[in-house]
Write a protein that binds this ligand. Structure first.
Ligand code: AMP
Length: 174
């Protein structure tokens, strides 16, 4: 299977959730077992030689790819969640959206100093979400080995918010 096959399996939904946005719908890719397997196998192959303790997945689509990647790499999975979802003691990071702000949380005891992690989401757009997740990970003293995304929207230059921290890997680009 080629990267073009993977790209073609991702549905573009124009004007969702609002006019002007081209929404990359990954549900059509995940539904296809060969495509879903190829995405995870490719990502895992890229990181196979690295020493990684945890995959940190971002709520909610980052859980789908992140959990599968963690399983494949044989490491643990740590969720970064929207406010109020994690039951134990958390730390939070606010970040800017186009209109207003949003917040992400992680359990205070989820990571320890020196842990090496990959931060995973389905897609990077302007990069604010992944940057906020990175701030949480760093505040807990863990080390970011890389950021990994199934899809990168290159025109939005999100990687520029992350590449001073660690490698930014994406499988397909639009
Ligand atoms: P950003 O903080 O701009 O990099 O946004 C990344 C988050 O928003 C990811 O969790 C994506 O799932 C979602 N997202 C942003 N833009 C899009 C888009 N055009 N298509 C699909 N998901 C998007």
């Amino acid at each position: 299977m080629s990267l073009t096959d993977i790209k073609n399996s991702i549905r573009n939904v124009p004007d969702y959730p609002k006019p002007g946005i081209q929404f990359k719908d990954i549900t059509t890719a995940m539904k296809n077992p060969a495509v879903f397997k190829e995405i995870i196998d490719e990502m895992a192959a890229h990181f196979a030689e690295r020493e990684i303790d945890y995959v940190v997945g971002i709520d909610a689509r980052g859980f789908i790819f992140g959990a599968a990647l963690a399983y494949k790499l044989g490491c643990g999975f740590v969720p970064v969640r929207k406010p109020g979802k994690l039951p134990a003691d958390t730390i939070a990071e606010e970040y800017a959206l186009e209109y207003g702000t949003d917040k992400l949380e992680i359990h205070r005891d989820a990571l320890q100093k020196g842990d090496r992690v990959i931060i995973v989401d389905d897609l990077i757009a302007v990069g604010g979400t992944a940057r906020a997740a990175a701030n949480l990970v760093q505040r807990l003293g863990a080390e970011i080995a890389a950021f990994a995304f199934a899809v990168e929207l290159t025109d939005l230059h999100g990687r520029e918010k992350l590449q001073d921290i660690a490698e930014v890997y994406s499988l397909v680009q639009f």
